[in-house]
Structure formats: C-alpha cells, structure tokens
Design a protein around this ligand. Sequence first.
Ligand code: CA
Length: 236
Amino acid sequence: MASTILVVEDEPAIQELIAVNLSFAGHKALRAATVEQADTLIRAELPDLILLDWMLPGASGVSFARKLRTDERTRDIPIIMLTARSGESDKIEGLESGADDYITKPFSPKEMLARIKAVLRRRAPQLTDDLVEVGGLQLDPATHRVFGALASGPQVIDIGPTEFRLLHFFMTHTERVYSRTQLLDQVWGDHVFLEERTVDVHIRRLRHALSPAQKEHLIETVRGSGYRFSASAPRG
Ligand code: CA
C-alpha cells in the first residue's frame, strides 16, 4: 500500500537513490537535507514513516528523533535511522532516541523496503494490506472491500475511499479516542489546511455506509473529545 515517507538525508546521491526506490515501490517520497527542512515538511503534512540519517549538518538525526518523540503530534510516527556507524553502542543510542529500526549504510534498496514494510506492519497496520477483522466487520485493503457479518450471511458494504481509510484506521486502532485533529493527521495526513468538520462529514457517511450491516454503532461519539471505534459498543 502506498505510504508517504519522509527522507532526511544530506548526501544528495543517497537521498536521490532512496527517493527513486521509494517511488518505484509505489510510495510518495518527501525529501529534506536538514532537520529544519524536515520540520517544515512535517508541519505541512504528517508522513507515515521517516527515514532519518544519523549524521546531518547542524542538528543530528538522533536529537531530531528525540524531539519528534516528545511532540504529541509526531510521537507515533515510525522512524528508521540510517547510518554509516555499525557499533553496538551507537545502535543502542539510536534505538533509545525513539527509532523503531536501524539500517547501516551501505544498504540495498530491497533491504530498505523490507525494513519499511516490517516497521509499518508493527507500528501502522492501517498502512499495510493485511486483512483486518474486528467487531463483526472484515476489511480487505488489497481488494478495497468491506463485509459485515449478518445472521443472513456476509453483507457487502458499499463505501467511499475516504470512509474506507477512516474505517481502516479505526479497525486497527480500536477502543481509543481520537480527536478530530488527530484523525485529520492520521487519515488525511494534514490538520493544517483542513477543517475539523471535514471529519464529522466523513464520520456521518461512514455510519451511513455501515448501517445496512447494522454496524454504525461501532463508531462512537465521545463528547468534547472526538470519536472511538469500539468493537464492544452496545447497539441501540
Ligand atoms: Ca549524512
């Protein structure tokens, strides 16, 4: 599945190689050569994953990873550190700074893509093609289809692309309340240029889509906070 990946790498040839390989694999690559550039890009669009070089001019990749982990908006973004170092203590420092994985240069594009896939599967299941089943709903990212289990048999749910992404996110992040701002960041990748009521519009459409399968009650409104997908929500 296509993900937005931010590459923070100051060596132009390596940055280019990574970005080209990400594009070939169907991802959208955002590029930065410094922490400042990366910061600007993240403010405009929240990436699904960051490939972060350890040695950068000015602020280091490690300190940037720490900073991302302390900010509520960015703390859940998966980070893979890129580095020429391969010492054990460096690896520990990288992981302690909040990185999810670590790739030592030089690395093959194949290894990089495999690591990205593994980290996304662990940290952002809504971005993988894995089949998800929860609350009597079955969602298949590979075919973009959703089914609801009814006594009369499986019911195909007719759903738009945005509602599909929203439902995919909810089904892989159940029982937790998300604010409208968080949903804009997680599902749309952007809370800066979109209005919060956009979320309400798509929640309404999603509930409407789920109602023939009698599953609309799984999307709960939490007053003053946002929305929650609860597999155990009572109907009625
Ligand atoms: Ca570097």
